[in-house]
Design a protein around this ligand. Structure first.
Ligand SMILES: Cc1ncc(COP(=O)(O)O)c(C=O)c1O
Length: 476
């Protein structure tokens, strides 16, 4: 019960926890926010956390720990080799995901690094429902590429389909028929799908992809980083699975695939990552690389304390109230924005509420960094840090960036409904003044691959004018 019905008939998400450890936050004056943006090259990743009022950049490593997780910290066995913490975590993986072989690494992209290095060679092609930027970059650096196979319904920001992360099965089958299979080291599935607004994939679709993969003898790789949200959506949107427990749903999903990897910064509420599988040969290939790049395979670049935290985080994840906390808050934001006419990705997905920057800033051109400009403008009028998901986190001319989004991430158990209501209010104010948001441009056009931290600059002084208008409104 993470939603309550109010006496006027409306629903409101409610926190299914009480708070016992807090971290103070502060809102710096609006002029200082413009100065902080300057220093950060207008890239929200470069802002200092102390200059951020509400941090909606990401949930990664930023979800709040439970009391049980904090307690588990002290169970850590820091032995370099054969740590008890590793064996406890490996047992948890066996219990929940049913995979016999587990290797920890320091975060999600380290899983991708190991997997790409183990299996990808120049000229290889990897089907995926949708790409994630870190995996795509790793595969390209090795001379391979991803081939996206998302159904058309996922390529639009509107609509109500509950599973916009689904694979186009016909496209996959055709691709496998026409491509020499020695060039297809794996079929990747992302559950849920980060770059299209946290949209989930259905269980039936995962199972269908897995059956096709088996027929062609290609291994399946499941990215479970965002699986918590996906589990919630399967439970609430798939009539066949409504009565299943979260534990049963995740096991059904895990049983359908060969290799699973995850960012433990998301799944597990910790700061780490992991890869698991049953196949001994594949395991040995990955483990050898972990020894080389990450650390001894029983800690793999993670602190043993974080391994313990992640283990208990897996248990927390089996609780439907924990799993639903993010999506329920996000759904509330999406509905409130819709009432106010603010353009958002629908239906509500996981990870965060995604603003449709193409519609929000339709007065700007496609190449004027609508999402990056919107993210900067939101920070000016609220102190809220969000993430642009568009041109400035992709290669400039990349056709793979179909739309410009701004993500207001909702880290689990971190913010309360009053924080959420503040964000809704300030973004709505900005929408009413959206004509003031101006264009951006790269500071250095020559950079090939833009991952997260590159500087962009405003065209003109629109940020200062927006700050002055906001000040005039006398809201702080
Ligand atoms: C779907 C997905 N895969 C992989 C990653 C990479 O994980 P990490 O940030 O821990 O490297 C992320 C991070 O956002 C993600 O959302």
């Amino acid at each position: 019960m993470s939603k309550v019905k109010l006496s006027d008939g409306s629903y409101m998400p409610i926190e299914m926890h009480r708070v016992s450890t807090v971290h103070p936050i502060r809102l710096i004056p609006v002029e200082d926010r413009v100065a902080a943006l300057d220093e950060a090259g207008n890239c929200s990743y470069n802002l200092k956390s102390e200059d951020v009022f509400i941090d909606m950049l990401t949930d990664s490593g930023f979800n709040a720990m439970s009391d049980a997780q904090a307690g588990a910290f002290h169970l850590a066995d820091f032995a370099y080799a054969g740590s008890e913490s590793y064996y406890r975590m490996a047992d948890k993986i066996r219990e929940i995901l049913g995979k016999e072989r587990f290797v920890p690494v320091h975060q999600g992209r380290a899983c991708e690094h190991m997997l790409a290095k183990a299996f990808v060679k120049p000229g290889d092609l990897i089907p995926t429902n949708f790409h994630f930027c870190t995996f795509q970059t790793q595969v390209r650096l090795l001379g391979g590429d991803l081939v996206e196979m998302l159904q058309e319904k996922g390529m639009v920001t509107g609509g109500e389909d509950g599973f916009k992360g689904d694979y186009d099965l016909e496209k996959l089958e055709k691709f496998l028929k026409e491509t020499p299979l020695e060039r297809v080291p794996m079929i990747r599935i992302e559950a849920g799908t980060n770059l299209i607004g946290g949209q989930p994939i259905s269980m039936d679709n995962i199972i269908a992809v897995s059956e096709i993969a088996k027929r062609y003898g290609v291994r399946t790789l499941l990215d479970m980083s965002l699986v918590m949200d996906n589990l919630h959506f399967i439970k609430t949107r798939d009539a066949k699975r409504r009565d299943m427990t979260i534990r049963e749903i995740i096991r059904e999903m895990a049983d359908a695939v060969d290799i699973i990897y995850f960012s433990g910064r998301k799944l597990g509420f910790a700061r780490g990552g992991g890869i698991c599988m049953n196949d001994e040969k594949d395991f040995l290939a990955v483990r050898a690389l972990v020894s080389c790049y990450e650390g001894f395979p029983t800690f793999g670049g993670m602190s043993s304390a974080e391994l313990e935290v992640m283990r208990v985080g897996f248990d927390d994840t089996m609780d439907a109230d924990v799993v639903s906390q993010g999506p329920d808050f996000i759904e509330y934001m999406v509905e409130e924005f819709r009432k106010r006419g603010v353009p958002v990705v629908t239906p509500a997905g996981g990870l965060g509420c995604h603003l449709d920057a193409d519609r929000f800033c339709e007065h700007l051109g496609r190449r004027e960094f609508r999402a990056a400009a919107l993210a900067a403008a939101i920070y000016i009028v609220s102190g809220v840090r969000c993430m642009e998901r568009g041109l400035s986190s992709e290669k400039h001319e990349d056709s793979i960036c179909p739309f410009e989004l701004v993500r207001l991430a909702v880290p689990r158990r971190v913010y309360t409904i009053s924080h959420i209501n503040y964000v809704i209010d300030r973004v709505t104010w900005l929408y009413e003044h959206r004509g003031m948001i101006g264009a951006m441009r790269w500071e250095d056009e020559s950079i090939e691959t833009h991952l997260f931290t590159d500087y962009i600059r405003p065209v003109g002084d629109w940020r200062e004018k927006l700050a002055a208008e906001y000040k005039k409104a006398n809201l702080e």
